[in-house]
Design a protein around this ligand. Structure first.
Ligand code: PEP
Length: 254
């Protein structure tokens, strides 16, 4: 597949995998994906497995991501993790604003925007998730919801930082449900987000920023989704928990 933007495929492990299980998974991926250069490969284990996973992927083509980060640098924030702590383990990416955090932790666009600035201040790259619920889609509000989330979550981000930001379009109704957006639905939403970036920043930003698709991506649908002109990779949940399925998603996308 020959695209202007390099594909980036990230596995969001969520609250899965002990350290031993995480090591099994990354060791398996290392073997399976050793020759892949065409795709940026990222794994996002839980915080507790970052240290060991980081050692296991040293000097490989697999990069490390975290699933969340505090907007604060240090201090009395029980249960939170700061950028400097992630950097100790060579974390490069941080998922922000996943719909599960928006839903369960009530994270707002304004908070996500603050976190995005903190991620960039630490020279890490945020993967910022946006997406509509089924009710919003059925009410014809998809574009409005995406525009509010994109504008709100990127508020205050200068152009240089936007270029180092990855967006993930994840329709909430497709996450963990086995329902994938059709390629046409994914492409439509991605094209909309890209045109919005053009309005908010400029054409160069719109052309260069990578937008991942997320929502029940699996080996059987990855190739078709990745072949859409505005789909630049995937954020994978369930299928990222097994070596075979995650490796096959990546290989079939090349
Ligand atoms: C996700 O949680 O980001 C996700 C896309 O999950 P799944 O692939 O399981 O739908």
């Amino acid at each position: 597949m020959n695209k202007e933007r390099k594909l980036i495929i990230a596995g969001n492990w969520k609250m899965n995998k002990t350290v031993a299980e995480a090591l099994d998974l990354v060791r398996g991926l290392k073997i399976e994906l050793t020759n892949v250069k065409e795709v940026d490969i990222v794994v996002c284990p839980p915080f507790t497995a970052l240290a060991e996973a980081s050692k296991a992927i040293l000097d490989t083509n697999i990069r490390l991501g975290a699933q969340n980060m505090s907007e604060h640098n240090v201090g009395a924030y029980t249960g939170e993790i700061a950028a400097v702590m992630l950097k100790e383990f060579s974390v490069r990416f941080v998922i922000l604003g996943h719909s599960e955090r928006r839903q369960y932790q009530k994270e707002s666009d304004a908070l996500i925007a603050k976190k995005a600035l903190a991620v960039h201040a630490a020279a890490l790259k945020p993967i910022i998730c946006v997406g509509e619920t089924l009710a919003e889609r059925e009410a014809g509000q998809m574009q409005q919801v995406l525009e509010t989330q994109v504008r709100g979550s990127l508020a205050g981000l200068p152009k240089e930082q936007m270029l180092e930001t990855i967006l993930a379009y994840e329709p909430v109704w497709a996450i963990g449900t086995g329902k994938t957006a059709t390629t046409a639905q994914a492409q439509e939403a991605h094209a909309f987000i890209r045109s919005l970036l053009g309005k908010m920043f400029d054409d160069a930003v719109a052309r260069r920023v990578r937008i991942q698709y997320g929502g029940s991506v699996k080996p059987s649908n990855a190739k078709e989704l990745m072949s859409q002109p505005d789909v630049d990779g995937a954020l994978v949940g369930g299928a990222a928990l097994e070596v075979r399925s995650f490796a096959d998603i990546i290989k079939s996308s090349i």
